[in-house]
Structure formats: C-alpha cells, structure tokens
Design a protein around this ligand. Structure first.
Ligand code: UD1
Length: 336
C-alpha cells in the first residue's frame, strides 16, 4: 500500500517524500509541476535510492484523482499541493479559492469513495492572523488576514466535516516558517516562481545574486525592533507528516497540530546567524514594514509533542547551514 503525496515535488513535499520512504512507506507523487521542477524527482531518486512513482497532474481534477486511485494501492494521503503566496492571493483571491479549495474538495471526495483511512493536510500558521496570545496554541483564535490564510482554514473545515461524515481521519498540520534543506544538498527549496521568504532572500544576497537584504520593519516592539518568527527545519516538518500518519486518532475524527520549534528569532538574529554560518558578510538595509506582516509569532508545540510524539530537534544554525549548502550547489534554485 502507498501514501499519495500531492505536491510531492515541492519544497515541503519532497522532504516529506524522503521522510516517508525512510519510514518504509511506498509513495506516489502527484504534482502538476506548476511551481516545482521534474529535476527534484530525479534528485529524490538519488536521496532515497529509488525513484518514487510520479503522476503529473492537477490534484483538483477528479479524472486525474480517479486514475491515481484506480492505478495504485493508496491507503493514505498527504495533501500539500497548493498555491502559497500571500501577496498573490490578495491579487487573485478567486484563483486561490478555486485552486486551493477545489483540490481539497475533490481529493476528500475521492478519498471517501475509495475508503481511505487518513488524510494529512498542509495548513499554515497564517490561519491565526495576528496572534492575540503567545505562544500560539491550536486553540488560539483563527482570524486569517489573507485569502491564502482563509483557504487553509476553510480547507481544514472541509476536511473535518468530510471526516465526521465518513471513515476518514483528517490531520491538519499548521506549519510555522519552514527553512533548510536535506543535508545531502540534493533537494531543497527550488520553486519555478519568484521567492519572497526571508531565508531564501538572505541566501541570494550571500551568493551575490542580490545586492542586499531589505529588512521589512525595524520599529516592532521586539528585542531589536524586527519581526519574530518560529523557523523550523523542513526535515523536522517532514517527519511531522510521518508522525501524523501514524498517530492514534479515531476514524471520523480530525485533529489540528502546530508544527514549529516553540521559539522565535528576529530578522536581525537570522541575518547574524546566516553571516556566521556562511562566513560571509550579508549587507542589509532597514526598510518599511511589509504590508500584512505580523509583529511576532511562535508556536506552542505541546500538543504535537504529547499526541504525535513529535518535536523539532534541528537548530537555526542547522537550518541555515543546510539551506546554504543547497543554495550554493544549485545556483539556479531559490528563484534566483
Ligand atoms: C510567509 C507567509 C505565510 C506563509 C509562509 C510560508 C506572508 C505575509 N506570509 O510567512 O503565510 O505560510 O511565508 O513560508 O507572506 N522579511 C524581510 N525581508 C525579506 C523577506 C522577509 O525582512 O526580504 C521578514 C518579513 O517581514 C517577516 C520575516 O522576514 O518578518 C519572515 O518573512 P517570510 O519568510 O516571508 O515569512 P512570513 O511572512 O512569516
């Protein structure tokens, strides 16, 4: 039996495929390669010593999904295929609702029809919007501030309702800020579109492909005035999916988990750590706040620790060293 991983050629997806293979599971990747490269699948083959089965197609297309479920012995699903840019979702809300929710609905319908036991859903800390209490727990208020965040919260609700009415168990994973790459340097963040996240941009500056890092906002009420996030190694995150597939959750139930490290770092702290890790000077300039950014957010991960037996173990230094290793050996990656 195999686990279907939608978006399995993407950043979190490819690392999740590695973690699943290392846990002894068979994997089928479904990806439309709209924001990923087929070369990632080749690299995956080198990391796990066998090329996983790959179907090229849209996770929101019922015909594609039926063909995948008919052609493979699928017993569980990890659903990561989605559009994920906050700014793009503000500009194209209907495209985001159609794409991100269409795939959740069609996938859940096929999973119910094929009597699949479990679906693990890639959600986001974006569902919380501006946190009112720190650290953010799964019971904190959910007030998304963008269509992207709304699609993640609505996706969770759709899957919870589908689970309540069927044999399905739905596990929602709210990622904080994924960073890093596989330690082999063979897979990492390699989207086909432009990247706006902090660490990829820092790496572009370090590699000389960008002049300087713009630090968005230095007047926040934080230790050094710059915004705080909970950065988590993508391999830790990937292992969280394996734990979510194995967790003891009754059929027809759903459960939400934060995946982070439980502590935060400011933009300037990440920058200093990256300079230390790479041994390079990374020029920066202070700039205006980025619209829509929150001041500080980090996760309460106690539920994942207690119920999934999962906890992030890799340090910020490891995240940056692994990210740099991949970025340096893949000059065309990270949107550069
Ligand atoms: C962003 C998304 C979030 C998504 C996550 C996935 C937004 C508003 N949020 O989170 O929904 O789940 O990515 O990775 O886009 N920064 C700079 N200079 C830069 C880039 C970023 O100072 O060039 C700062 C940002 O202002 C922020 C921090 O670095 O304070 C982290 O930014 P980023 O990596 O984009 O992540 P989030 O905004 O937290």
């Amino acid at each position: 039996m195999a686990t279907l991983v939608t978006g399995g050629a993407g950043y979190v997806g490819s690392h999740t495929v590695v973690a699943l293979c290392e846990a002894g599971r068979e994997v089928v990747i479904l990806d439309d390669f709209s924001n990923a490269h087929p070369r990632t699948v080749d690299a995956l083959g080198a990391v796990v010593d066998r090329r996983p089965a790959v179907v090229e197609g849209d996770a929101g297309d019922p015909a594609v999904l039926e063909a995948v479920f008919d052609g493979h012995r699928i017993d569980s699903v990890v659903h990561l295929a989605a559009r994920k840019s906050v700014a793009e979702s503000v500009a194209d809300p209907l495209g985001y609702y159609r794409s991100n929710l269409g795939s959740v609905i069609e996938l859940a319908a096929v999973a119910v029809r094929h009597r699949i036991g479990r679906i693990v859903f890639s959600s986001s800390a974006a569902v919380y919007g501006t946190p009112t209490e720190m650290p953010v727990s799964e019971d904190s208020p959910t007030v998304p501030q963008s269509p992207y965040g709304e699609t993640k919260l609505m996706g969770e609700r759709i899957l919870a309702d589908a689970a309540a009415a069927s044999q399905l168990t739905a596990v929602m994973l709210r990622y904080f800020n994924p960073v890093g790459a596989h330690p082999s340097g063979l897979i990492g963040e390699d989207p086909s579109g432009e990247l706006s996240n902090l660490v990829p941009r820092i790496m572009q500056v370090a590699a000389g492909r960008r002049d300087r890092l713009e630090v968005f906002g230095a007047d926040y009420a934080t230790a050094d005035g710059t915004a705080v996030r909970d950065y988590v190694h993508v391999t830790d995150l990937a292992e969280g999916h394996v734990a979510a597939l194995d967790a003891d959750i009754s059929p027809a139930r759903s459960r939400v988990y934060n995946l982070g490290t439980g502590s935060g770092a400011t933009v300037l702290q990440v920058l200093a750590a990256a300079a230390e890790t790479t041994g390079l000077t990374i020029p920066h300039e202070l700039a205006e706040r980025r619209p829509g950014d929150v001041e500080a957010t980090w996760a309460d991960c106690s539920r994942a620790r207690a119920e999934l037996g999962w906890q992030a173990t890799r340090s910020l230094h490891e995240m940056l060293a692994d990210h740099w290793h991949f970025a340096r050996s893949h000059p065309g990656a990270s949107g550069a």
